[in-house]
Design a binder for this molecule. Sequence first.
Ligand SMILES: *Cc1c(COP(=O)(O)O)cnc(C)c1O
Length: 500
Amino acid sequence: MQYNSTRDNSICVNAADAIKTGLSKEGGLFVPKSIPKVELSQIDALKDKTYNERAFFVLGKFLTDFTDDELWNCINSAYTKAKFETNAIAPVYELNDSTYVLELWHGPTCAFKDMALQILPHLLTTSMKKTDESNEVVILVATSGDTGKAALEGFKDVNGTRIIVFYPDNGVSEIQKRQMVTQEGNNVSVAAVKGNFDDAQNGVKKIFTDNEYKELLNRNGFSLSSANSINWGRLVPQIVYYFSAYADLIKAGKIVCGDKVNIVVPTGNFGNILASYYAMRMGLPVARFICASNENNVLTDFINTGTYNKNREFHTTISPSMDILISSNLERFLYDLADNNDALIKDWMEKLSIDGSYTVSDDVFKKMQDMFYGGFSDDAETMAAIKSVAADYDYVMDTHTAVAKSVYDKYVAKTADKTKTIIASTASPFKFNQSVLIALKDFDYVVGKDEFTMLDELSDIGNMPIPKSLAELKDKPVNFEIVCDKDEMRQIVSDFLAVD
Ligand SMILES: *Cc1c(COP(=O)(O)O)cnc(C)c1O
């Protein structure tokens, strides 16, 4: 399987190169040259397989330059009961007889980013070996909260790699911040950026496209790579769990193989929902994709109008991992919808970078409308969804998953669609304990309470155990106190690597 760049498809590399480089040199994203197909009978057969076997089946379709041994090694290093606290890895919870919650947060950092970031370091180090890379790989991450910690956990102490994470100073939850600044490992660094997520992401992108700087790093024995969801190695593991959830529903007798399901995804950078779209393109029976946004509803407007316009107020919400105005992975989706027309994608992305907006062609707009529903939920609606799900089903959702549930409810109210539906649940409620407690109780209830008291209370109220990694945070020392301006990010990288 070869990979092309979305902005210049004369560029053609294998999977190992795509994963090692992260981003193509002219700024495009790597995409498979063609999307591999699977038969319904093969999907049906997944029902009797373990998560790791399902992963082997899906990853093998894309990472054709990896040997079976290499793939198994990556998969079995990533998805273990020790790390995910459940053999199912990504279990499906039945909310009612038509709504199923795909829990993607049983990994070490309690958010769905672990699904990809536990395996990425192994895919990456394997890719380095395969391409005879002698440089040390430096992972640069801009995070809206969850990616950063998940990447730090995935890469810490992995030989031949270093990792530096930038997070928006006031754009992450207290727990998220604490998870990052207490990070351990001998190859890690963490810095806060004064600004929002887009500032951090743009700063990282700038470093990535600064060829002179990359030359300097190269001379010092370093190659940059990315753990953001623009890296193909981040995206491909996410395709697996949509097949896995579907197989679980077959196994449980909730659907028969071939039945179409809806998929609802709380969306930020468009990575997770894109993975579900690729699953459908491979052959997974999907009726409709429901793209759920918070008040940063640039994608809702895009799906409804065909115009992407990031020129709008940025909102800091209770679902901070979705506080994003530039959804990078949309580029891959549009490339596919536009039948791999790289010139068109290049044009739209240039317009986005110059004017902050672009309008897709009628053809692309129509295809998108046929498959996607876009909606958003404001904080009050999200809170209400947490409360009503807890009351109706005795099940506590985090703020991101609740955005998805709220948008899904609006969708059903509007369409009366009774298709069985999988909601991607992207974080443990404990990770956003304050907002969840406010939703379940009220604001006064949490005033003056510290994070750890709130963890205990949420555990009592929801009758759920506190994830071990969060409970342990209390006693960990702060290792990182760097705060920088967005134009100082390059210097922070240089300092960390000791290059001038
Ligand atoms: C990253 C994240 C999202 C958004 O996922 P994308 O792939 O960026 O669309 C949603 N919820 C949580 C909890 C996240 O960490």
